[in-house]
Design a protein around this ligand. Sequence first.
Ligand SMILES: Nc1ncnc2c1ncn2[C@@H]1O[C@H](COP(=O)(O)OP(=O)(O)OP(=O)(O)O)[C@@H](O)[C@H]1O
Length: 319
Amino acid sequence: MIEAVGLTKRYGSTTAVDNVSFTVEPGTVTGFLGPNGAGKSTTMRMIMGLDRPTSGTITVNGRPYRQLATPLREVGALLDAKGLHGSRSARAHLTQLAVSNGIPTRRVDEVLEITGLTSVAKKKVKGFSLGMGQRLGIAAALLGDPKVLIFDEPVNGLDPEGVKWVRETCRSLAAQGRTVFISSHLMSEMALTADHLIVIGRGRILTSGPVNEVIASATSDVVRVVTPDADRLAEVLTAGGLEFRRTAPDTITTTTAPAARIGEAAASHGLVLHELVTQRASLEEAYLELTNGEVEYTTGVPAAEQVGGRRSRREAGRH
Ligand SMILES: Nc1ncnc2c1ncn2[C@@H]1O[C@H](COP(=O)(O)OP(=O)(O)OP(=O)(O)O)[C@@H](O)[C@H]1O
């Protein structure tokens, strides 16, 4: 398990992580979701002992990373897939890592197999595609057979097949009882991959909980009614104490009454309805609702366009 208590990291005048507390439980995929610059990578680096907290603690299995006796056997991480020596083969890279961490080299073939890299094990890493690099990074994370895994933006830049592979790998690692903590700025991807979400913005936790609850808390159903009897329906709804808006002469919308109640109220007064629709807010809307105002910078591009279209700073080569 991973536990953060009052975790804070400042870089000069920038507070990257601001008094954050959370736990990440075994047997689940926990998504760490937030816009660019929210503090995800900084938190993950602190888990791995690559950055020291300004205050607070972050532990893996009850200990700070630097106090773990055999760190690679307890926690594996994919933080930056580009930190590879290009002239080495995938097998040589993993073998060197195994030897320097006292891990039997037979494990190298196992992780190559798990990550589907056996056929390219002898190829030089510099010829690897982004997807193969991600697989190699995950192979390295799995080398010590750790119970805790941390992947920072593992699907960034991957094609749909690569995204699916990462998703299924995370799910199966969690099904084996491992603790899987993955960061992303994509709500839609997290909705498919994670069981739990921790949503962060400007270094602070905005919300956390089971994925469905987090999404439900940020979205509300909108019921839209189209009727030639809008005036009479409005009277009926008012008499029933229901709140609604007239969005067009023949259209009524409400976020407080379920469609069934509106339909029954209309039927009991013999009113004709042409449409009675429940519209669920999209995941992007939920995400924007959750992280509204928490983005580090804005581009002047409407937020809805930014969600799908923006590249992370890492992808843009500015990380
Ligand atoms: N080494 C550093 N020195 C100074 N500031 C830093 C450093 N690392 C991160 N920051 C700042 O801390 C904040 C959080 O950055 P971080 O990389 O943790 O965010 P993130 O959520 O991982 O975002 P992204 O998805 O863009 O990687 C940002 O304001 C960033 O500019």
